[in-house]
Design a protein around this ligand. Structure first.
Ligand SMILES: C[S@@+](CC[C@H](N)C(=O)[O-])C[C@H]1O[C@@H](n2cnc3c(N)ncnc32)[C@H](O)[C@@H]1O
Length: 209
């Protein structure tokens, strides 16, 4: 596990091809994993993602962020003390821009506030899932959602960090055709498609440096 810049340089003398930030208990294979909590499976870099020990332009292909971007504060609406303690969305997007090599991509998956609201008002999703999407798992201080994103937020914050071609690449429409939204929590037990319905409620965004 690494915490210092010189250790990163020693361990990855040719740079990093693909980095996952906030890998938690679900590290994606094929990536170098970074998280703020120690003792996680396959953790390579122990660091706060707001200020990593990774040199500029060090990640060649991709930075992946699945279910972490909602853990940061709003750059204007959150109080200054919250921003200082937990970091802001823009701060993290800018740090990712710094460590990515030109041509590399930043891929995020995060709850889609608009879709969640629509499903909620139509009573298509149970409160069990709405509450988890809204506030996070609450297993520790880093497992709390501080802001839920919209596509407009993503476009604005990626642009502020100078990312180009910010696109919504949610795969659900292609997989499901017409998304089946009469989803109830109990469906998770026997419904092999439940994750696709869950995907429907996420933003999948990719931007290019
Ligand atoms: C909900 S978990 C997601 C884990 C995994 N990516 C997944 O999809 O299941 C969010 C992860 O982000 C990490 N995290 C939260 N704030 C962080 C920060 N400032 N720097 C680095 N990691 C952070 C947490 O420790 C946690 O492991």
């Amino acid at each position: 596990m690494l915490t210092k810049k010189n250790q990163v340089l020693q361990s990855f003398p040719n740079g990093i091809e693909k980095l996952e930030i906030g890998s938690g208990n679900n590290p994606e294979s094929g990536y170098v994993h970074l998280d703020i909590l120690p003792n996680l499976p396959d953790l390579d870099i122990l660091s706060d993602v707001r200020k990593t020990p990774i040199p500029d332009n060090f990640v060649r292909k991709e930075v992946r962020a699945v279910h972490i971007m909602e853990h940061f504060c709003h750059p204007e609406y959150s109080s200054k003390s919250m921003q200082k303690r937990y970091g802001t969305t823009v701060e993290v997007v800018k740090e990712v821009y710094r460590i990515l090599k030109p041509g590399g991509t930043f891929f995020i998956v995060t709850p889609d506030f608009e879709k969640i609201c629509t499903s909620s008002s139509l009573k298509r999703v149970s409160n069990y899932w709405l509450q988890r999407w809204a506030v996070g798992g609450h297993e520790n201080e880093y497992d709390v959602h501080h802001w839920l994103w919209t596509y407009q937020d993503a476009k604005r914050w990626f642009k502020e960090a100078r990312f180009k071609d910010c696109r919504n690449c949610n795969p659900t429409p292609e997989i499901l055709g017409k998304p089946l939204l009469n989803w109830k929590a109990e469906d998770v037990q026997g419904n092999m498609d439940w994750h696709k319905i869950e995907w429907y409620h996420w933003l999948f965004i990719r931007g290019k440096k």
